[in-house]
Design a protein around this ligand. Structure first.
Ligand code: CU
Length: 640
């Protein structure tokens, strides 16, 4: 752990581990059917939209019973059939709706979940059984509260899965004070001792996380507190709140082995042409390095439309794509008639965003994002943004488009997976007014203001909660804090497929710093310890690195080159909208991202036993590009 600033770079220079692999398409593409954009309403929270789960009271907590199962839902009126999905439902209603049911929790009131696994024994997507864990039954699940500060037994990590057949993963310990779970069920305990924030809960079962989440096992978890309530009561934060959960999908146009027209398509084949010679024969189905959809969903439906009044709204944005980054801006539509009402005029910006929060709650200060360079909202998979948008100056009857033009993959970009009407290289790619289209996410129609004007209240955000570990904006390494040097790596697996992995600064395998998720834990901080992690990205991709258990402060980003003995420039502070607490952090190619965190363990009303698998409090840290996470960009985080 003891290290100097230069040591890693010197080691890297000595070993000459330097290959940055270029992006290449490695799987055949499917294409969604042509769907008319913006002909259905954006689902809100409630019975007509995304259901909100209703708790009963149990042991002084909010007690929820959820069931996970397969169901179908018409996600767009023109899809030939309703789409088969996997998802959670409130067991008291058993109503399955895509992205439901949302849990609304209150700080200080713990939540208990009892989850039943009713998933069918055949997965609705291609399962690559060459990935570790994926050879097990395909209807395993693990509920991870993403962003939650929860005891490891309730973290829903990869080895804490439970199968519909009553089997359990080697790290599965149901909440100990809720009795032995019935076979195929599991109990979770969430303390909710965190400040107000948007979290989400989604599947994390080893080997099939990317498939389970894509199939629909994901929903929002909104945590409220008094500081937020006071801001809303004063009018500083609008009470009109709209969740904006973004996903990209591909829908089948014809039946295949895994489903019929209208069902979700997911790659099953790795392009043999893209594989260097000498590897084992490619498995089929095979994982792929990244999945990019061609059709955008917001709040679970394809290309919806929102109707707003001329007043302020709060948007709670979550990028729930498997791999696609989003840069989000509002533009006025080209006109009021179809299809001009569905395409943006990128020369006419709409109202700016004021960002007030991230994954870790409120920012220290509101940040104006008006679309200029360095003032554009960029969200990697799993990042969240709490935004205020003021439509009061927008003329009545205006139509706005929520627009994304982030390169995919990020930051290199491949025009082949950027579907839009202005595309020059292939003008037939997107027809104005219709999908596939990955740039136009949501249409917003601005109507008259009904009722009282918005109150005028100064927007002053509460101090960071908990207090920061280093002063906000401090880009130097704090003295006396242990430093870990870690690496993000890309090379090839035994089949010759691209593989992304985390690693340390000490090579375990020849020619790479990378380690497998299954290798012995190396990140084993003590409970309550504060550590600085310097994470060197040696790959060509930006990776959104997600930390279970902890929120982090970003200290800096600094350019380096593997093979050069020094950093290539001074440390750069985090972006203005990264100055609060984060748990998903973009780490760019050729940069060392330095974060600081404290490994406090959450409280629990029961004794938390050590993991039978690892002997500590078993968490993980990983890339949240789900295809990277699964193959194999994840490492244990074991708090001792
Ligand atoms: Cu990654």
């Amino acid at each position: 752990m003891k290290t100097t600033r230069r040591e890693f770079l010197e080691l890297a220079a000595a070993t000459g581990l330097s290959a940055i692999l270029p992006w290449q398409r490695v799987f055949a593409d499917a294409r969604s059917p042509t769907l008319t954009k913006f002909i259905q309403a954006l689902p809100g929270l409630g019975p007509a939209g995304i259901p909100v789960a209703s708790p009963t009271s149990h042991l002084g907590t909010d007690y929820y019973r959820l069931v996970a199962g397969e169901y179908t839902q018409q996600l767009h009126p023109e899809l030939p059939h309703s789409t088969r999905l996997w998802g959670y439902a409130d067991a008291t209603t058993a109503v399955h709706r895509h992205l439901g049911p949302v849990i609304v929790a209150r700080r200080g009131t713990p939540v208990r979940l009892n989850v039943s696994n009713d998933l069918p024994p055949v997965h609705l997507l291609p399962v690559d059984t060459s990935l570790p864990g994926a050879e097990l039954s395909p209807n395993r699940m693990a509920v991870h509260l993403h962003g939650g500060h929860v005891p490891w037994v309730s973290d829903g990590g990869p080895f804490s899965w439970f199968g519909a057949d009553g089997t359990y993963g080697p790290s599965a310990i149901s909440a100990p004070d809720m009795g032995a779970p019935a076979p195929g069920t599991f109990n979770y305990y969430y303390p909710n001792n965190q400040s107000a924030r948007l979290m989400w809960y989604h599947d994390h079962a080893i080997g099939i996380t990317r498939l389970n989440a894509y199939a629909g096992l994901a929903s929002a978890y909104i945590l409220r507190d008094f500081a937020e309530a006071a801001l809303i009561a004063s009018g500083a934060i609008p009470s009109n709140e709209i969740p904006v959960v973004i996903q990209d999908k591909i829908f089948k146009t014809e039946a295949d082995y895994w489903g019929g027209a209208g069902d979700l398509w997911y790659p099953s084949e790795y392009d043999a042409q893209a594989v260097p010679p000498g590897g084992l024969p490619l498995p089929f189905p095979s994982c792929v390095p990244e999945f990019f959809g061609d059709t955008m969903l917001v709040n679970g439906l394809v290309f919806p439309t929102a109707h707003v009044e001329r007043r302020k709204y709060r948007l709670r944005v979550l990028n729930a794509c498997n791999a696609r980054f989003c840069t989000l801006r509002l533009f006025y539509a080209q006109g009021a008639e179809f299809p001009e009402s569905t395409e943006p005029n990128t020369h006419q910006p709409g109202p700016p965003f004021v960002q007030i929060g991230t994954e870790g709650g409120f920012l220290p200060e509101p940040v104006l994002l008006d679309g200029r360079k360095n003032a554009t909202l960029l969200l990697a998979p799993a990042e969240r943004a709490d935004l205020i948008v003021d439509f009061s100056e927008v003329p009545e009857g205006s139509i706005l488009i929520l627009y994304n033009d982030a390169p995919a993959p990020f930051p290199t970009g491949d025009p082949e997976v950027d579907y839009h009407a202005e595309a020059r290289r292939n003008a037939t790619r997107s027809q104005p007014g219709f999908g596939p289209n990955t740039r136009t996410l949501l249409q917003i129609v601005v109507g008259p203001r009904i009722g009282a004007n918005d109150p005028h209240a100064p927007l002053r955000l509460p101090p960071l909660d908990p207090s920061p570990l280093v002063p906000v904006g401090f880009t130097a390494l704090p003295p006396g804090i242990p430093i870990r040097d870690l690496t993000l790596n890309e090379d090839f697996d035994q089949f010759g497929r691209l593989i992304q992995r985390l690693g340390t600064r000490e090579p375990l395998y020849d020619g790479t710093f990378a380690r497998d998720y299954g290798d012995a834990p190396t990140e084993t901080p003590g409970a309550g310890a504060i550590e600085v992690w310097r994470i060197f990205n040696t790959t060509g991709d930006t990776h959104p690195i997600h930390f279970h258990l902890v929120n982090v402060q970003i200290i800096s980003r600094q350019a380096f080159r593997v093979g050069a003995p020094h950093f290539l420039g001074p440390p750069r502070p985090p972006d203005a909208n990264e100055l609060g607490w984060k748990e998903t952090v973009r780490m760019n190619p050729g940069e060392c991202t330095t974060v600081i965190m404290k490994f406090d363990l959450p409280s629990a009303p029961f004794f938390v036993p050590p993991s039978p698998r690892t002997g500590g409090h078993e968490y993980v840290w990983h890339c949240h590009i789900l295809e990277h996470e699964e193959h194999d960009m994840m490492r244990p985080l074991i708090v001792i």
